[in-house]
Design a protein around this ligand. Structure first.
Ligand code: V4E
Length: 229
C-alpha cells in the first residue's frame, strides 16, 4: 500500500506579473487551465482538520483526502515525534487518497470508529460520521509542467491568489530529493524567500470561519501570519 502511495510535496509562493514568462523561459509548458469547486468536510468539533486531515469533494474529480503520510511500519526511520508537532514549513508533504476504501479507512482511524458496511462509498461515510461542510470555494487554475514538477497558479473566487510548486512521488524515500527540487524552483520563481505563503484554505478560514481558524492555530495545524495582514 505504502509503495503505491501518492505523496505530494509542495511549496506555495506568490506569483507576480512575470511568473508565467519566467516559467516559459525555464522551459515549462502550459499543461492546462481548469476551474473547479471544492467542498470541505469535518466533524462539528473539527476532529479531522485539527488532526491535519482534509476531506474534500472536488467538482469533476471526486472525493479526496489530503493527510499526513502514514508512518512507515515498524516504527523506525519515521518522522520523530517532535517533527510531527512542528508548525507547517515552507514546503509540506501530504498523502493524497482518492480510493473510497482508503479514504473511509483513514477517516475511521482518525475518528476512532469501526467502518460500517454502508460506508463503502464516501457519501455514506460522510452521512454516517456526521461530517458537515465547513468551506466551499471555487478556483481558477493555470498549470505548468517543468520536468517532473507542476506549477499551479490559482485564483480563488473569494479574492485570493496563490501559486504552488508540486512534485508527486510514489514512496517516502523519494521525498527528500523531490523536496529539494520543489524548493529550488520556488526560489527561482518567487520573491518570498523563506516566508511561508498561506494556502487558500488558511485565508478562507481566517476570513470566513475565524473560530475554526483559531482552533487550527492552537492545534499547530496552520501557522499564524508572519506579519499583520
Ligand atoms: C493540506 C491542507 C489543506 C487542504 C488544501 O490543500 P491545498 O494544497 O492548500 O489546496 P489545493 O487546492 O492547492 O490542493 P491541490 O489541488 O494542490 O491538491 S488546507 C491546509 N492544509 C495544510 C497546509 C498547511 N498547513 N500549510 C500550507 C502552506 N499548505 C497546506
Amino acid at each position: 500500500e505504502l509503495g503505491r502511495a501518492s505523496i505530494e510535496v509542495e511549496a506555495k509562493f506568490t506569483a507576480g506579473p512575470d511568473t508565467e514568462a519566467r516559467l516559459v523561459a525555464l522551459g515549462a509548458a502550459l499543461a492546462g487551465s481548469s476551474s473547479f469547486r471544492d467542498l470541505y468536510y469535518d466533524t462539528p468539533d473539527l476532529r479531522l482538520t485539527r488532526a491535519d486531515h482534509w476531506l474534500r469533494l472536488r467538482q469533476g474529480a471526486g472525493w479526496e483526502l489530503k493527510c499526513p503520510p502514514e508512518p512507515p511500519a515498524g516504527g523506525t526511520g519515521g518522522v520523530p515525534e517532535a517533527a510531527a508537532q512542528e508548525p507547517p514549513a515552507v514546503a509540506t508533504t501530504y498523502q493524497e487518497l482518492t480510493s473510497p476504501r482508503a479514504i473511509v479507512g483513514r477517516l475511521c482511524g482518525v475518528l476512532g470508529v469501526a467502518p460500517a458496511p454502508a460506508w463503502d462509498q464516501v457519501p455514506g461515510a460522510v452521512a454516517g460520521l456526521d461530517l458537515q461542510e465547513f468551506a466551499s470555494f471555487g478556483t481558477r487554475r493555470r498549470s505548468y509542467r517543468l520536468g517532473g514538477l507542476r506549477v499551479d497558479l490559482d485564483q480563488a473566487d473569494f479574492g485570493y491568489a496563490v501559486a504552488e510548486v508540486e512534485a508527486l512521488v510514489g514512496a517516502q524515500e523519494e521525498v527528500p530529493a523531490a523536496l529539494e527540487e520543489v524548493l529550488q524552483l520556488r526560489r527561482a520563481l518567487g520573491r518570498d524567500g523563506a516566508t511561508r505563503v498561506p494556502g487558500k484554505m488558511s485565508v478562507y478560514l481566517q476570513r470566513h470561519r475565524p473560530r475554526h481558524y483559531e482552533a487550527l492555530l492552537r492545534a499547530g495545524v496552520l501557522a499564524g501570519d508572519p506579519e499583520p495582514p
